[in-house]
Each structure stands twice: as C-alpha cells, then as structure tokens.
Design a protein around this ligand. Structure first.
Ligand code: S3P
Length: 199
C-alpha cells in the first residue's frame, strides 16, 4: 500500500458544491477513531497512515468479517446476499467496539456500514468519533476502478452515484468531514489527527 499516494485533483462536480466546507469539529481526548465514507474514499489507506502516526493499531472491519467467515466479501454477497452481509458487518462492528473500550484503535468501516442506523447508533453510544472521508463521486468511482478490488456494489457510474447520494446524509452525521481530493494520504491523516486534537 503506497501511503504517499496522492489523491488526484478535485473534480468540478463535487456533491454539495464548494459552499460546503470541511467540518472542523474537534474531538479531543479520542482513544478510538473510526473512518467512514463511500467506496474508494481511502478509508483503509488513510487508516493505516493514521495508525502509524498515532502508534495505534489499525484494523479494517471488512478484513475482520472475512477472517471470521473464512470467505471474501465478494463470496459473502454472492453466496448469502447483502442482508446477511449486513448482519455479519454489525456483529463484527459490535465486537470491535467492545474491544475498543479497553485499547486504542483506528478502524476503517466498509462503505455501507455507517449508513446503517444500528451501526451509527452503536458508535454513538460508545462515544467513538467517526471521520467521514469524502471525494467527488466520479473520483471515488475512478479510484475503485484503479484498485481492481472486487466490490459487489460497484457496477456502473449511474448506480454508484445513486447509492452515494442516498448515503451521503448518513455520512454527514460523522463528527468530522474531510475532503480528500487533491490531497496526499499523509495530508489527510494529518488533518484527521488535528481534527481529533491529536498531534
Ligand atoms: C460496501 C463497501 C465495501 C464492502 C462491501 C459493501 C458498501 O467496503 O464493505 O463491498 O456497501 O459500500 P469498501 O468501502 O472498503 O469498498
């Protein structure tokens, strides 16, 4: 994973438009950080960079699901369907949140997790700050294409955009929103740390 990879330049069609500033809520004293956002937002890449800056372990929730299930995300969707995947995702998040009570961690969620009300409520009840990594939808689509990762919910751009738009209000409930377009992974990680009052 190239942590110095630069997110490509901002595109002209950012949803919400230029009048929507990056949220700058400061969540001081945080002991756990959760990164949320759509597919291609850079949650895992930034999460790993943030973890190494903080000296905190980093975990990808999809990885926990795959390890528990001994199946890939793609296999779970194909063999069991999305609703089973969502149940597995919630159970995995619950166990991760329980562990976070005892130790520091940076956790990256899969793109749909924070859009599920039960998951957002779980984080809220545990007092864990969520950081929303955002980018223009065309940019997110293009990043996914480059990664060549098998994402069951990434089909054509129109469908991808519809799903992004239907979830965006949920992502905006995160304590902090960081625009990632045109920034390096390290810049985004530094912004995340500053927003948490951690340096
Ligand atoms: C999903 C995003 C994926 C993965 C699953 C479902 C979604 O994670 O959890 O394919 O619903 O947006 P990434 O955001 O890491 O691709």
């Amino acid at each position: 994973m190239d942590l110095l990879r630069r997110f490509p330049p901002h595109m002209s069609t950012r949803p919400g438009g230029p009048s929507e500033p990056t949220k700058s809520a400061s969540v001081s004293g945080a002991r756990a950080v959760v990164l949320v956002g759509f597919m291609g937002a850079g949650k895992s890449t930034v999460g790993a960079a943030l973890g190494s800056r903080l000296g905190w372990p980093f975990e990808d929730l999809d990885q926990r699901i795959q390890t528990r299930e001994q199946r890939s995300i793609e296999q779970i969707f194909r063999e069991s369907g999305e609703s089973v995947f969502r149940q597995l995702e919630h159970a995995a998040l619950r166990s991760a949140v329980e562990e976070m009570g005892a130790s520091v961690k940076v956790l990256a969620l899969g793109g749909g997790a924070f859009a599920q009300q039960n998951n957002a409520a779980l984080l809220d009840q545990a007092g864990i700050a969520a950081i929303f990594l955002d980018a223009p939808v065309e940019e997110l689509f293009r990043r996914c294409q480059e990664q060549q990762l098998d994402r069951p919910l990434r089909r054509d751009l129109d469908e991808f955009r519809r799903l992004y738009e239907s979830r965006r209000a949920c992502y905006l409930k995160a304590a902090v929103r960081i625009e990632t377009a045109g920034k390096s992974v390290e810049e985004v990680a530094a912004e995340a740390m500053a927003s948490l009052g951690l340096r």
